[in-house]
Design a protein around this ligand. Structure first.
Ligand code: SF4
Length: 430
């Protein structure tokens, strides 16, 4: 979502005559868009600002702005601890940026904009064309969360759930397609909770499906409790919705899920997986896991391993629990470091084996790849329907093409393949 936000911030700042630059030696304004989901986020901000200070020691000081969830959660501390920072702007206050910058340019005044004004933000952003030209583009449809999982900062940093209007989303999707997008990933902290005047995520997918030029639709990130039957059904009927779903589980133990306030059981999660497989037999899943959440016993951890193996997630993101300041889980006693690390290592070894075994099954198979960019001369990067990275060598420009590739080899990050023989399209040897 920060990538989407950063791109919209750039659109917004064009109004103030600012442009993106790669030249870090001669910058008028730095904007650091931050994420608070991992630990030490604030320290990283101070390090980044330290580097800017060093670079600009004998030059005119640039304006320095800290945006995003770290600004939202720890804005006051940031402004107090580092006078070099001119303003902190929470994720729901980006629309104020032109005004903030003007204020700093004129009076060098320092400010803290961390109100939750989601509606106002999108009202402003809707007036500005989305100029993103990526083949695979993000589109924020929903922000915030009302679920209050005990470990999570999102309800405090992004605020309550807010869904953008159906009409403005169709409009922005059309702009993205006009700019060249062939794939749109619908974003939200709780994307499947989308509800605008009784229009749900399934309605939006059905509507987007009709847009000419759009070839692929994805959505992320979902909560199991919002995987309603209409949404599950659309996985079976949509031609453009990709057969891959990222559905965070966090733990394989219903006891731990309860203490996390996830409000669903393992059985419920597995039922959703079953229903989805029934509607879309080739669907595959990825997930997020928190290892060694406070109170996790060896038995709970083994339950997590059991689910990991039984679902066969093709990708997982796993971390040892790290307490986020201000969340209820911050008050809980941590599991000993050596135990947590050992569990994470075992989890990741098994997850990696599942992933590699799955990737091996793709060798000599045909997969459909949408190419996003050229990474070096005659080398192109794209993703298959399951979000796997694919690299292909070709004398022809593949950017924007959605074509069949034969996979020849893989490593744990990337698949390498050849274009399926066609007299007009010869590969280099991969
Ligand atoms: S549902 Fe997701 S975003 Fe909401 S509180 Fe839980 S983990 Fe955070």
């Amino acid at each position: 979502m920060n990538e989407y936000d950063s791109s919209r911030i750039l659109d917004l700042l064009k109004k103030s005559d600012y442009e993106k630059t790669e030249n870090s030696e001669n910058v008028d304004c730095y904007l650091i868009n931050t994420c608070h989901i991992r630990e030490k986020a604030t320290e990283k901000v101070f390090h980044d600002v330290g580097r800017i200070k060093k670079n600009y020691r004998n030059k005119k000081k640039p304006i320095v702005l800290i945006a995003g969830c770290v600004a939202q959660a720890e804005g006051e501390i940031i402004l107090k601890n580092d006078k070099y920072i001119d303003a902190v702007i929470g994720p729901q206050s980006y629309q104020e940026l032109p005004k903030i910058i003007k204020g700093i340019e004129e009076k060098r005044s320092r400010s803290n904009f961390t109100e939750f004004e989601t509606i106002e933000k999108f009202d402003q952003l809707n007036l500005i064309k989305n100029s993103n030209t990526k083949i695979s583009s993000f589109l924020t449809i929903q922000e915030g969360c009302d679920k209050f999982c005990k470990f999570c900062v999102v309800p405090y940093t992004r605020g309550p759930e807010y869904s953008r209007s159906f009409k403005e989303l169709i409009e922005e999707s059309k702009q993205l397609i006009q700019n060249g997008a062939k794939e749109i990933t619908l974003l939200g902290q709780n994307v499947n909770a989308y509800n605008s005047s009784n229009k749900k995520l399934s309605d939006l997918i059905i509507q987007l499906e009709n847009l000419k030029g759009l070839e692929r639709i994805r959505y992320t990130t979902s909560h199991p409790n919002d995987m309603t039957d209409d949404l599950i059904d659309v996985h079976g009927t949509s031609k453009k919705l990709m057969p891959h779903l990222h559905l965070p589980l966090q733990s394989g133990s219903s006891k731990i899920l309860k203490s996390m306030n996830r409000n669903h059981s393992i059985d419920h999660y597995l039922k959703i997986i079953q229903k989805l497989k029934k509607r879309k037999p080739n669907i595959k899943f990825s997930s997020d896991f928190i290892i060694a959440y406070p109170g996790e016993t060896e038995e709970d951890f083994n339950d997590t391993l059991k689910v990991l193996k039984s679902v066969g997630f093709i990708n997982t993101y796993s971390f040892v629990f790290s307490a986020r300041p201000g969340t209820p889980a911050d008050l809980l006693s941590l599991i000993e470091d050596n135990i947590s690390k050992k569990r994470l290592q075992l989890f990741q070894e098994i997850a990696e084996k599942i992933k590699i075994d799955y990737r091996q099954t793709l060798i000599e198979k045909k997969v459909k790849v949408l190419f996003e960019n050229r990474i070096s001369e005659n080398k192109y990067f794209g993703r298959d329907e399951y979000l796997n990275s694919v690299i292909v060598q070709s004398v022809n420009n593949l950017v924007g093409r959605n074509i069949e590739i034969k996979i020849k080899r893989c490593n744990h990050q990337t698949l390498f393949g050849d274009i399926i023989e066609n007299p007009s399209e010869k590969n280099f040897a991969a």
